[in-house]
Each structure stands twice: as structure tokens, then as C-alpha cells.
Design a protein around this ligand. Sequence first.
Ligand code: ZN
Length: 123
Amino acid sequence: MASTRVTCQACGLVLNDSPPDQLSNRPPCPRCGSTQRVFEIQVEEKIVATDHVRIAVSGSVGSYLTVPVDRLHKIQQILNRHGHEYWTDATSFSINNQPPVAIINLPPGSDVLAIERLIEQEP
Ligand SMILES: [Zn+2]
């Protein structure tokens, strides 16, 4: 069993909000107007804390990186510097009160291994 709680990433207000795949018609936060969200997911199974970058490869729709929110800006700079295409979701996920992670989407055909290596080389 998993339960989720949605909060505003900007101000922390708890919201009854749409699921993460309904980004386009998401209303702004009533307190601060942000559409950035954190989905806090509580699960009973033990989940290993992730403090590093994960890459998931999912064929036709491209791949995505799961990165700690506090490293997102740095990783975007790396991708920009090397000319990689990507886009980020305005939603972060926090699992079992771990620090929230953000999603960086990569288009189909991205060289995910090269990108992973680039990111891991950075301090
Ligand atoms: Zn807010």
C-alpha cells in the first residue's frame, strides 16, 4: 500500500491536486501561484534511499533521469554544456520522507550511458 500527499514545491502548502501525469491542467497554488509540486509517497516496503542519479530507459518514449532536487540545477548545466536535449517536469517526488527527487526527461535515442558518465564525473 502506498499513500501520496501533494504539496506545493514553492511554499509547502498541502494540496488536493491532480496526479503527476495531468500537468497541463493543473491549477496554480492558491497561496503562491506556483505549479511546481512535490508528490510525497509513503510506502510500506523498504526503499533504499537514493542520493545519486538514476537512469531509467524506456524505449520508444525516451528515457529519464531521477535526480535529487538540490542537484537538478547543476545537472541541467552539465546537459546544456554538452548540448544534450532534455526537459524537466514541474513535479518532484519525495518517497518516505527522503529528499525530493526531480525528473529529467530525455528524448528517444539519447545516449544515456554517455549522459550518465558525464554526470558521474562531476563533483
Ligand atoms: Zn504554494
